[in-house]
Design a protein around this ligand. Structure first.
Ligand SMILES: *Cc1c(COP(=O)(O)O)cnc(C)c1O
Length: 375
């Protein structure tokens, strides 16, 4: 990345200022940090600090702070360990060529976090605190935001039930934290297509369940089918709807799109059992902007199989914050195994990936005001 003259850093917002900074007494020495940032493995390395605040039913949110990254002091009776009352988010901080640091549509993550909290009967955290916690943490750990191509600082806000109580009811005490991890390009050595196993015996969510919430429990339910996919020689699992076992939903942590030979694009509609990805909605917007025929609608596995077999479906891809857009090269299940025609580098898939990352890394205009400057 070519570097431009550093642009002046904006003053902290009031929301970030609400987080008291308690600096770590043992930050990683700079050479070690540089070495870690140079080749990070996803989710294995964390910055010197974390953002945190505490909620009680009687007192609301308090003790907003940035403190040294480290283990939590958890009572063995903490409700989260028994009943899984937990939610999370995932977003990234991107360094632009002029040194400035930005996030992508963080208000959308804040709003989704509030919806997830509601569904899991956890307390509401205001968008102001969500955005303030992220800004405050990235300010303190700014040196951890990498600058290499397609690198970023992955931000993981989460909230859990911390009350020490084995009774089954909504917690009266919760912790909210943000941790941050430098990440390299998801596809080191170029974008590679993945293979998908369609689970026909397991579902990740059902009507009225928690499928639309970003909660750890959904991921726990996806791990055994994910193992099954791997045992069948596939990289990832795709789920079908629980009520008819015939409609495409999504992968364990990514939404899915199909592209027709005629250029039309479709993704499963939000039925209440699918997670509404920020990447998904941004892709829908970019496609609409460029005049594509794009639909959110039920997609039957039978339709996709027929389309792959007769060539009317030419590209399939998955999307989410971590990998942005991942081409799918092969789709298999108990009684089928189909290659995707333009599986490796389809025109629509590649174009969308470029358009989105160009906005995120400041290489293209941002007509929708999606980028939010932190530093
Ligand atoms: C987080 C997540 C996604 C992707 O959402 P983005 O906001 O695009 O990162 C898709 N599906 C599930 C189940 C998820 O948890």
């Amino acid at each position: 990345m070519t570097s431009l003259p550093e642009s002046p850093r904006p003053a902290p917002t009031r929301a970030a200022g609400a987080f008291e900074v308690r600096l770590s007494d043992s930050p990683l020495p700079e050479p070690d940090r540089r070495a870690l940032i140079a080749s990070p493995r996803f989710g294995t390395v964390f910055t010197d600090h974390m953002a945190r605040c505490t909620w009680t039913a009687g007192g609301g949110w308090s003790d907003r702070r940035i403190e040294k990254y480290g283990p939590l002091n958890l009572n063995p009776a903490a409700a989260v360990l028994h009943y899984g009352q937990e939610i999370f988010e995932g977003l990234k901080a991107y360094r632009h060529a002029d040194g400035s640091v930005w996030t992508f549509r963080p208000e959308a993550n804040a709003a989704r976090f509030a919806r997830s909290a509601h569904r899991l009967a956890l307390p509401q955290l205001s968008a102001e605190d969500f955005l303030g916690s992220i800004e405050a943490l990235v300010r303190v750990d700014a040196a951890w935001v990498p600058s290499g191509e397609e690198t970023s600082l992955y931000l993981r806000p989460f909230m859990y039930a911390s009350e020490d109580f084995l009774g089954v009811r909504a917690t009266q005490q919760a912790e909210y934290l943000v941790i941050a991890s430098p990440v390299g390009p998801y596809f080191a050595g170029g974008v590679k297509p993945v293979s998908i196993w369609v689970a026909q015996d397991y579902h990740r969510s059902g009507a009225g369940g928690t499928g639309a919430a970003k909660c750890g429990g959904n991921y726990a339910a996806s791990l055994l089918p994910q193992q099954e996919a791997q045992s069948k020689g596939c990289d990832q699992v795709c789920f079908l709807d629980a009520s008819t076992n015939s409609l495409l939903e999504e992968l364990g942590g990514m939404n899915v799109f199909i592209v027709g030979a005629d250029g039309s694009v479709a993704t499963p509609e939000l039925s209440g059992t699918i997670l509404e990805g920020v990447t998904r909605s941004s892709i829908l917007r970019l496609l609409a902007d460029s005049g594509h025929d794009v639909q959110e609608r039920p997609i039957a596995l039978a339709e996709l199989r027929a389309g792959l077999a007769d060539g009317s479906v030419t590209e399939v891809f998955a999307c989410g914050t971590a990998a942005v857009i991942t081409p799918i090269g092969r789709l298999a299940g108990a009684d089928f195994d189909l290659a995707v025609a333009d599986g490796a580098a389809g025109r629509v898939t590649t174009g969308l990936r470029e358009a989105l990352t160009d906005i995120q890394y400041g290489r293209a205009a941002d007509p929708h005001g999606w980028m939010h400057r932190l530093l």
